[in-house]
Write a protein that binds this ligand. Structure first.
Ligand SMILES: [Zn+2]
Length: 71
């Protein structure tokens, strides 16, 4: 069984040199969670599956391009 890795560029918020996370990739769960949080906050979030944008819809995030739903 292969582990799926989604490589999504993280937004640069501020320098945080003590986290030890340099070069670390976000896990799929973290990426999907961050996408859902952003969409719920009313911010456009990148779809993890396509170049589309996820938008909030009834507590979920729905991609306006491929139709994927995160909840
Ligand atoms: Zn999509």
């Amino acid at each position: 069984m292969t582990t799926a890795v989604l490589n999504i560029p993280r937004r640069r918020v501020s320098r945080d040199g003590c986290s030890g996370g340099r070069g670390r990739r976000a896990t799929l769960e973290e990426s999907l969670g961050a996408t859902l949080v952003s969409a719920r906050a009313g911010e456009p979030a990148d779809c993890p599956l396509c170049p589309g944008t996820m938008r909030a819809a009834d507590g979920s995030a729905v991609c306006d391009s491929c139709g994927s739903t995160l909840s």
